[in-house]
Design a protein around this ligand. Structure first.
Ligand code: HEM
Length: 213
């Protein structure tokens, strides 16, 4: 996530997130809990591809928000967390007599679900920490270095969320097996890993060239 939030960018990302949730629910008949989980993971995917894409291909002149994709990361991060919280609210609220302990023990069909829910809950914890530390005053308070270190947890969150999502889509008896979103999300996860590795390889090659000079 980045350091600066603007009202305009929040409005655009919020409109996009809620619009996408509405479209999933209205046109694809997806339940609200699933809808918000899906929107949340899409926002996280966007946050995570910006960094490596920018490292692989720096734009010639970065003057407008569209030409500076990294300037959207904190708004995307805050909306990632908000939509994840709404997902959690619907998941838990959709079950009468819900309790968190029951969720972690596996409330919809067996103990494997408990593990997937636990991954989701740890991811949600980090999502809230990351969103809460995405505002200028807090960044100044904890210091830029600590903030940078903390925000490397975005990748950890991504792997936790991917495990959570892949479990429900591919390894559980929940629903009727993987659907289009399961395959799309698995492809997104692979793309994030591929981009990370390519950006890492580029940095290694650049540093080696510098040292050889
Ligand atoms: C950052 C936090 C989270 C994200 C991004 C997230 C995202 C997702 C995604 C993408 C799915 C798969 C939907 C599908 O395509 O079928 C899903 C399903 C599910 N998640 Fe989460 N989740 C998070 C946290 C949680 C938490 C904390 C719980 C409960 C303890 C939870 C419970 C569930 C359940 C029960 C399902 C299957 C039912 C459904 O689709 O609504 N999730 N989640």
């Amino acid at each position: 996530m980045d350091a600066k939030n603007t009202f305009r960018q929040h409005a655009i990302v919020g409109f996009f997130s809620l619009g996408l949730a509405f479209a999933f629910n209205r046109f694809l008949d997806t339940p609200w809990s699933t809808t918000f989980g899906r929107v949340s993971i899409i926002l996280l995917f966007l946050i995570l591809i910006i960094g490596p894409v920018m490292r692989l291909k720096k734009p010639a002149k970065a003057s407008t928000p569209l030409r500076t994709p990294w300037s959207w990361r904190s708004e995307l991060g805050v909306w990632f967390t908000l939509t994840a919280l709404i997902h959690f609210y619907f998941v838990m609220g959709g079950r009468p007599n819900w309790s968190l302990m029951e969720a972690l023990g596996g409330f919809i069909g067996g103990s494997g679900y408990g593990f997937a829910n636990t991954l989701g809950l740890i991811a949600l914890f980090w999502a809230v920490v990351l969103a809460a530390t995405s505002f200028g005053k807090i960044i100044m308070f904890i210091g830029v270095e600590s903030w940078k270190w903390l925000h490397t947890m975005t990748y950890v969150t991504f792997y936790l969320v991917s495990g959570h999502m892949l479990y429900f889509q591919f390894f559980s008896t929940y629903g009727s097996g993987p659907d289009w979103f399961g395959y799309a999300a698995a492809a997104m996860a692979l793309l994030v890993v591929a981009l990370q590795l390519s950006a890492f390889a580029k940095t290694v090659i650049k540093n080696r060239k510098k040292r050889e000079k």
